[in-house]
Ligand binder design. Structure first.
Ligand SMILES: [Cu+2]
Length: 542
C-alpha cells in the first residue's frame, strides 16, 4: 500500500522543525539517505502558506560507510570546531557534506536561505539553521527540498534524500478543487535491487541486449523495454525490476482527488499515464513545477486534460484525478522514454495499481473549502515582455581521456562564445551577468546524443520554442527537457526560454545546471550573477 509522506504544517505563520540527515549501509556497498523529523517523520512534506516563515534546523548525522572508513584527506582534524559561520563558506568537502536546496521557491540565494554554492554542513556540526519566509506572492503548489553539494548530489538524492514542500492555497486559483482530498506521490530512483536478474519474458518479444555507458549505466535499448538503468519507488515503496510488483493506491470509488506528483529521480525520466482497463484516462493538469496553469488566460477553465505527461528529473505536476468505478482495474504507469543512444534505459513499467475500495482510508489532507479568487501576478505575462538580452547556451560532453572512449565522461554547459569547460567551484567569476528587473531569452542547445534537463535556481521561465518551432504554453516551468542530437543534423535541437528576473528577491549568484545529477556532479553546471537594476547600480562609470 502506498502511504502518504507525513506532513509538518505551519502554525500561526511559522513552521519550525529539525531535520536529521542520516544514512545506512545496504547490500552491495550502496547507501540509503533519509531526512528524519523531530518525531521520527521520514522525508516529511513541509506545508506552508505564502508569507509563512520556515525555520529548519538541519543536523548532519551522516557517518562514513564501512568501505570509506580509510582515512580521507579532506576529513582532517581541522573539521573539529567547524562553526555555523564556517558552514556558510565551506563549500562541499566530502561525500558526507550536505546542504539543502529549496527547488522552485523564489527565495534569495544567500546563506541560511537558498545558497548551495558555498554552504556545506559537515557531520558533527551543530544544527545549521535555514530561516526564510515563503514570498507572499509565491505560486501555490508543489516544490521540494534536496541536497545540492557539487560532486555528491547524485549519490545522496539517489539514496533517497528528498522531500516535498507544499505551498498551500491552490484551491484559490481553482474553485473546482475546493475541499477535494489530496495526495502526494514522490517517485524516486535507486540502483537496481536485482541487477543480475533476467527480464521476465513477455511473449515472443526478444530481450534487448544490455549495454552500458562509461559511467556503468544501462544504455537506452531503443525498444521501450529491457533492463532499466535504475529501479523506481513511489513514496519509498520500491517497484523493482524484473517483476515490477506494483504498490497499491487505494481510493474510494469515483472519488475525485488532487494528485501532487513529483519526479525526485536523480537520472530517470518518467512519462506518467493512468490506464483503466488498458485505456488511458484523461487527468486534469492544474499545475506544473509548482505554478498553476492560469497565466495567459488562453486555456479554458485553466485545466489541461492530458492522457500522459513527461516529467524530467525534478519536474512536478498537480492534477485532478477523476476517480474510477468500484471494481475497475487501473494502473499508474510510466511509459518508456527515448533518452537517446547515449541516454539511460527508461522502459515502460507500472508504478502502482489503483484500486477503488469502499473502505479506502480517507486521505489525511483536504484542500480548503472556502475559495477566494487569488489576485494574479501584478507583472505582465512573460510572453508579452521584450527580452533585454538573447543568449545561447549548449550542453556538451566528451570522454575525459580523448584517447580512451571508455574513460569517464566530462559534462559541460557552456555559454556560446566562452571556453567549454566543466563547472569549477573555485572559479570566482559567474558565467552570465544579468540585471534584476529584466527578462532574457535563453536558447539552450543539446549537442549530445542523450537527453538533458535544464534547471535554474530561484526563477521560473516560459518555453517559447521547441526545436525552433514556436509553442504557446500557458504555464511556467523551472526544469525543462532538451531533446537529444541525432549525430548528423546541422542544427542542434534546442529550446528557447524566456527567463524572468523581475522578482525583487532575484538578486545574487546562483547556478543553472542539468538536473540529471550524475551530469551536474560531472560538471554540467554554470553560475549567473543577477545585479541590481541598471538605474539602481552604484555609479562607477561617471
Ligand atoms: Cu544532463
Amino acid at each position: 500500500m502506498v502511504t502518504e509522506p507525513p506532513s509538518l504544517e505551519s502554525r500561526n505563520g511559522v513552521l519550525e522543525t529539525t531535520l536529521a540527515f542520516r544514512n545506512v549501509d545496504v547490500d552491495g556497498g550502496q547507501q540509503r539517505f533519509c531526512y528524519v523529523g523531530d518525531k521520527g517523520e521520514e522525508a516529511p512534506t513541509l506545508r506552508l502558506r505564502p508569507g509563512d516563515q520556515l525555520v529548519l534546523h538541519l543536523r548532519n548525522q551522516l557517518s562514513a560507510p564501512a568501505h570509506l572508513l580509510a582515512p580521507q584527506p579532506a576529513m582532517s582534524a581541522d573539521m573539529h570546531g567547524h562553526t555555523d559561520a564556517d558552514a556558510c563558506t565551506a563549500g562541499g568537502m566530502t561525500p558526507l557534506s550536505t546542504n539543502l536546496h529549496f527547488h522552485g521557491l523564489t527565495i534569495p540565494s544567500v546563506c541560511h536561505q537558498d545558497d548551495v554554492l558555498h554552504t556545506s554542513v559537515e557531520p558533527g556540526d551543530t544544527a545549521f539553521d535555514y530561516r526564510f519566509r515563503i514570498p507572499s506572492d509565491e505560486a501555490p503548489g508543489l516544490y521540494w527540498y534536496h541536497p545540492h553539494i557539487h560532486g555528491y548530489s547524485n549519490a545522496q538524492v539517489q539514496g533517497g534524500a528528498s522531500g516535498a514542500v507544499v505551498v498551500e492555497g491552490i484551491e484559490q486559483a481553482y474553485a473546482q478543487l475546493a475541499g477535494l482530498p489530496e495526495r502526494v506521490f514522490i517517485i524516486r530512483d535507486q540502483p537496481l535491487v536485482h541487477p543480475d536478474a533476467e527480464p521476465v519474458s513477455s511473449g515472443n518479444i526478444p530481450t534487448p541486449i544490455v549495454q552500458r555507458d562509461n559511467e556503468g549505466d544501462i544504455l537506452n535499448t531503443g525498444t521501450g523495454t529491457g533492463k532499466p538503468s535504475r529501479d523506481l519507488s513511489i513514496n519509498f515503496v520500491p517497484v523493482s525490476y524484473p517483476e515490477y510488483r506494483p504498490a497499491i493506491i487505494a481510493v474510494k470509488p469515483m472519488q475525485r482527488q488532487l494528485w501532487r506528483v513529483m519526479n525526485a529521480s536523480a537520472i530517470t525520466y518518467v512519462d506518467l499515464q493512468i490506464l483503466v482497463g488498458n485505456v488511458p484516462q484523461l487527468f486534469g493538469v492544474v499545475s506544473l513545477d509548482g505554478v498553476p496553469i492560469n497565466e495567459n488566460g488562453m486555456t479554458a477553465g485553466r485545466i489541461l486534460w492530458e492522457d500522459h505527461v513527461l516529467l524530467p528529473p525534478a519536474g512536478r505536476m498537480e492534477f485532478l484525478f477523476k476517480g474510477i468505478p468500484a471494481g475497475a482495474r487501473a494502473s499508474f504507469i510510466t511509459r518508456s522514454v527515448d533518452t537517446g543512444p547515449a541516454g539511460e534505459n527508461d522502459p515502460i513499467r507500472q508504478l502502482a495499481m489503483i484500486m477503488a475500495l469502499d473502505d479506502a482510508a480517507e486521505p489525511s489532507h483536504h484542500l480548503a473549502v472556502a475559495s477566494v479568487r487569488s489576485s494574479s501576478s501584478p507583472r505582465a505575462w512573460l510572453a508579452n515582455v521584450k527580452p533585454a538580452h538573447v543568449r545561447t547556451l549548449y550542453f556538451s560532453e566528451h570522454p575525459s581521456n580523448p584517447a580512451d572512449p571508455n574513460s569517464p565522461t566530462v559534462f559541460m554547459i557552456t555559454v556560446d562564445g566562452q571556453l567549454a569547460k566543466p563547472y569549477d567551484p573555485a572559479d570566482p567569476l559567474p558565467n552570465i551577468v544579468a540585471h534584476q528587473g529584466d527578462v532574457e531569452d535563453w536558447i539552450i542547445e543539446n549537442r549530445t546524443r542523450e537527453l538533458h534537463a535544464f534547471h535554474i535556481h530561484q526563477i521560473h521561465f516560459l518555453m517559447l520554442a521547441w526545436n525552433g518551432v514556436s509553442v504557446d504554453e500557458p504555464f511556467l516551468r523551472d526544469t525543462v527537457n532538451v531533446p537529444y542530437w541525432d549525430g548528423k543534423s546541422t542544427a542542434y535541437p534546442s529550446v528557447r526560454l524566456r527567463m524572468d528576473f523581475r522578482d525583487p528577491d532575484t538578486i545574487g549568484v546562483f547556478p543553472y545546471h542539468c538536473h540529471l545529477l550524475e551530469h551536474e556532479d560531472g560538471g554540467m553546471m554554470g553560475t549567473i550573477r543577477v545585479l541590481l537594476p541598471v538605474h539602481l547600480e552604484p555609479s562607477s562609470t561617471e
